[in-house]
Write a protein that binds this ligand. Structure first.
Ligand SMILES: *Cc1c(COP(=O)(O)O)cnc(C)c1O
Length: 379
């Protein structure tokens, strides 16, 4: 069986977790602080704040830029549902706009057309690890003086060229970028998330809100020779990462360059083995983007039955997934009137499949998947 994805975890991670457990400090503590410093250095961000997952990161990010009841946030429907849900957690309304069919990312022209006087933020997604057009989206955000938040859940290790320089996603271009360490992403802590920003005030808000609004963190009180009483300054949340998770994350972060280069090699093999099939569109990197290939998405010809292809591959021991979901088709969002055309989003969900991609995949596995798909499409 070739699975759709597999985390890359070895003895180094198990040993790090073991040490964290034996240290006597298992919730948010010194390992979390070290993971934050190392993540910030890796992506080139002045601040990084670890949280329990990317959904909570998105929630804190939107709150930090002032999203609240009555506000609109422009985003893609074509994303994991957590993107839209985080907007709803703030009492705001997601305004879904369409994607560019070649990158599966927000089309900046659609975003520009959707701005109203109620728009508070743009929530842009680096879908499947492919950098979105930050340059164009920043221009829209700046023109209208609205915040740009990046859902970088899938994009640890992806790169973008801005002003002639390559940089990692997470070096703050929007106000805040949010990452996920779920096992389906390129590096994992089981569950986990990270917020990066260059705004110290945003970072202060994240730290306050992830820990119940507590004025003095428990780590500080624990280490103090003086008795300190804490205050609870705002209604916060418990969005903490544990030290066991962070210890694993530090080891994963060391592997990030190797994990990404292996994925890039697999994507290059797929591109070679699946080239020139009539009606099939392979994913394309804009020349200013380098994906970490969190997912590899193939668009099938219109004539083909997506589910039948997936079932046939599954019968041959190859797991696939259909294209990224559309939130506006799910019950929590389907009753809302959609004001913008979402045709490309729906087509992408209905006509695409995700192929297996993970570090341990051998060249033989890649060839097996490619050959099986080729056979399916020869009709
Ligand atoms: C995975 C994912 C999320 C949610 O991340 P969690 O860490 O599981 O909360 C949010 N947005 C996108 C685009 C994702 O792919």
């Amino acid at each position: 069986m070739i699975p759709i994805a597999m985390p890359f975890l070895e003895n180094a991670e198990a040993e790090a977790a073991h040490q964290a457990v034996l240290s006597g400090w298992v919730s948010q503590g010194p390992q979390v602080a070290a993971f934050e410093r190392e993540f910030a250095a890796t992506v080139g961000a002045p601040h990084a704040c670890a949280v329990s997952n990317c959904t909570t990161a998105l929630h804190l990010a939107l709150l930090a830029v002032g999203v609240g009841p009555g506000d609109e946030v422009i985003t893609a429907s074509h994303s994991f549902i957590a993107t839209a849900n985080a907007i709803r957690y703030c009492g705001a309304t997601p305004v879904f706009v369409d994607i560019d069919p070649t990158t599966y990312n927000l089309d900046p022209r659609c975003v520009a057309e959707a701005v109203t006087e109620r728009t508070r933020a743009i929530l842009a997604i680096h879908q499947m690890g492919m950098p979105c057009d930050l340059h164009a989206l920043m221009a829209v955000a700046n023109r209208h003086d609205i915040a740009l938040v990046e859902d970088a859940a899938c994009a640890a290790g992806s790169q973008i060229r801005i002003d002639g320089q390559w940089e990692r996603i997470g070096r703050p271009r929007g106000q805040i970028a949010c990452f996920s360490f779920h096992p389906r992403k390129v590096i994992t802590t089981g569950e986990g998330g990270m917020l990066t920003t260059s705004d110290p005030e945003c970072d202060r808000k994240f730290r306050l809100c992830r820990q119940h609004g507590m004025s003095v963190p428990d780590t500080v009180r624990h280490g103090s020779r003086q008795v300190i009483f804490e205050d609870y300054l705002v209604i916060g949340f418990n969005y903490r990462m544990t030290d066991v998770q962070a210890a694993v994350g530090r080891k994963q972060l060391e592997r990030l360059p190797d994990l990404v280069s292996r994925r890039r090699a697999i994507a290059a093999s797929y591109a070679e083995l699946l080239g020139n099939i009539d009606g099939v569109a392979l994913p394309v990197e804009p020349e200013w983007a380098r994906s970490n290939w969190q997912s590899y998405c193939v668009r099938l010809p219109n004539r083909v039955d997506q589910k039948a292809v997936m079932q046939s591959l599954l019968n041959q021991g190859i797991a696939t997934r259909r294209g990224i979901m559309c939130s506006h088709r799910e019950p929590p969002y389907s009753s809302e009137k959609q004001h913008h055309d979402l045709r490309q989003s729906e087509l992408a969900q209905d006509n695409s499949i995700l192929l297996p991609i993970y570090t341990q995949m051998t060249e033989d596995d890649v060839a097996r998947v490619a050959n099986a798909l080729r056979r399916e499409l020869r009709q």
